[in-house]
Write a protein that binds this ligand. Structure first.
Ligand code: FSO
Ligand code: SF4
Length: 549
């Protein structure tokens, strides 16, 4: 096997024997096979658009299938085999429809005719594609690096487009671009500049997908407002919901009204508490349990109720809790209960509810502490005037966006230390699961402005971008002239898409860690560093001094 799509890739240069995430070589190969089959449908889907016969089922399927191949999403060869079969069935039908409507005969690229043998082992057939891209790049390591950046960015973009369409927000331009990028992977005539342009275009399209997702969330659930979230529990039966999917959280909340069950969020669902409609309609959405995804084997084992994982990051479960753990949507693991969705994408949560009712739940009320969330763009920009005043009066010297993903590596303590060392006259904005390294710290306020503000999930990176653009407007300067530094941590492919968006927007001086992506070649990194002054993190002291200089 070969995979280097995430930050924890083995020895920093690729998982070869077994995934550090727990992915087996069989799963890795069948994921490669599925991605190849998605590439094989792309020219047909694009032609269909040209002929005015777009196919929304294929658009959505492509996004969900790409999402399922991201890190810590799905570990089930069976599910990948089913998806592969489905994509080829969809391809066959679409091809017929396109050919019958085309005024002239179509000569399809060879990839469109690729057919795996479903009677034989699919994982073995997937091994053929491990080296496909480096061959397409004619051994040029920099082009290969940009091909990988593009495909990983597309996975992140597809996951945002998936969440957006779940909430009724779609833009055909995104789907068409995904097909164009998948087709480009089959081309051998693109030079380095063309690949740089394509990677940045992923960033541009990802901005649009995140904008749609933001519109979906705020349209359904209102604009988040600053909200205190208990980190303690209350007596009674309990369900824990993990991942990022707020629509699925809402569906579960609906189905658990009047059951007496208390619902808790885990990981990236913490910011769900900030949405006014969820707060108003579902008082049994109570608190937040546990911390970052990489601590889930301990946190899930301790939770005395049923657990649903709606998206990444799922770790291979321990047998002490696997019977109470369920997955849905693109997520899967062999042996775990899977909740299939109905035509509206909503599962029947009855098995989860039954499991929760059978488990003991919490036996007492506990009073611990609270954290605040809900500082999304609307909330922060509504006080932009105060913020500008505080900066002009010298009360706020600098803003730091310390955001991104968490992971198990010891080097990630950089981010905790960084936040601890941020001077008293500076404000920290945060988002995504990296915040669990410091989310419960009491950093106090400057005037009425909290020194630590949780903007939301990684899926809310759009909100952080709007805050930066809004502040730049309020100060009447460019974003890069703001007293703002971005200190980012990355883990999986959504972070790749977000980074490409920030580069597309021309944001300079981003610091990235805990290590640089293995798939970025030294020349490509040099190019990004020359153009955008993208840099690797060093030490908290050095980086703070440089940002404040
Ligand atoms: Fe984290 Fe996982 Fe949100 Fe990622 S839970 S690491 S970037 O999948 O998605 O921040
Ligand atoms: Fe390795 Fe990450 Fe790929 Fe898993 S997703 S196999 S940890 S590079």
């Amino acid at each position: 096997m070969f995979c280097e799509q995430c930050e924890q890739t083995a020895s920093g240069n690729g998982c070869h024997q077994w995934g550090a995430c727990g992915k087996s070589p069989e799963v890795n190969s069948i994921q490669d096979l599925l991605v190849y089959c998605l590439r094989s449908i792309a020219p047909i889907a694009l032609k269909a658009y040209e002929l005015g016969i777009p196919n929304r089922e294929i658009d959505r399927f492509t996004c969900e299938a790409m999402f399922s191949t991201m890190t810590n999403v799905n570990f089930s060869t069976k599910r990948f085999a089913d998806s592969t079969q489905q994509v080829l069935q969809l391809r066959k039908t679409l091809k017929q429809a396109v050919e019958s409507k085309s005024p002239t005969p179509i000569s399809w690229p060879e990839i469109c005719n690729y057919q795996p043998d479903f009677e034989e082992n699919l994982s073995e057939q997937g091994q053929n594609f491990a080296l496909d891209l480096i061959q397409k790049a004619n051994g040029n390591i920099d082009i290969y690096s940009l091909q990988l950046t593009t495909i990983y960015g597309i996975k992140g973009l597809a996951s945002y487009a998936f969440h957006a369409y779940e909430l009724g927000q779609e833009d055909e331009k995104i789907y068409q671009f995904i097909y164009e990028a998948l087709i480009a992977l089959d081309r051998q005539d693109l030079d380095l500049n063309a690949w740089v342009g394509l990677a940045l275009k992923v960033g541009e399209m990802n901005l649009r997908a995140m904008e749609l997702l933001d519109a979906g969330h705020t349209g359904h659930y209102g604009h988040p407002t600053p909200t205190s979230v208990p980190l303690n529990h209350r007596q009674g039966k309990a369900i824990l919901v993990s991942g990022h999917d707020i629509k699925q959280l809402e569906a579960l909340l609906k189905q658990t009204v009047d059951t007496g069950i208390t619902v808790y969020t885990h990981g990236e669902l913490l910011p769900a508490h900030g949405y006014p409609i969820l707060k108003q309609n579902y008082p049994h959405l109570f608190g937040h349990f546990g911390t970052a995804w990489q601590n889930q084997t301990k946190d899930f084992a301790k939770f005395p109720g049923a657990i649903v994982v709606t998206t990444n990051c799922l770790m291979p479960p321990h047998e002490t809790y696997d019977q109470k753990l369920f997955t849905l949507g693109p997520v899967g693991y062999p042996g775990l209960g899977y909740l299939p969705s109905d035509a509206d994408g909503i599962p029947d949560f009855t098995p989860v509810i039954q499991e929760a009712l059978e488990l003991p739940g919490f036996l007492d009320d506990e009073t611990l502490r609270e954290v605040k969330t809900g500082f999304a763009h609307n909330a922060v920009l509504s006080v932009a005037d105060h913020v500008v005043e505080a900066v002009k009066a010298g009360k706020i010297r600098h803003f730091f966006l310390v955001g991104g993903c968490d992971g198990a590596k010891p080097g990630r303590s950089y981010y905790t230390e960084f936040v601890e060392k941020v001077p008293q006259d500076c404000v920290v904005l945060t988002l995504a699961c990296g915040k669990f390294r410091f989310f419960d710290k009491e950093l106090g306020e400057i005037g009425n402005i909290p020194r630590l503000m949780d903007v939301g999930q990684c899926n809310d990176a759009y909100s952080a971008i709007q805050i930066a653009l809004g502040l730049a407007k309020a100060f009447d300067i460019g974003v890069n002239e703001l007293p703002l530094s971005m200190i980012l941590s990355w883990y999986e492919q959504k972070a790749v898409a977000v980074l490409l968006t920030l580069l597309y927007l021309g944001i300079q001086d981003i610091r990235l860690g805990p290590t640089l992506p293995a798939f970025i070649s030294p020349n490509v990194f040099q190019l990004l560093s020359d153009t955008y002054h993208l840099k690797a993190i060093s030490t908290p002291d050095e980086d703070l001094a440089a940002c404040l200089a």
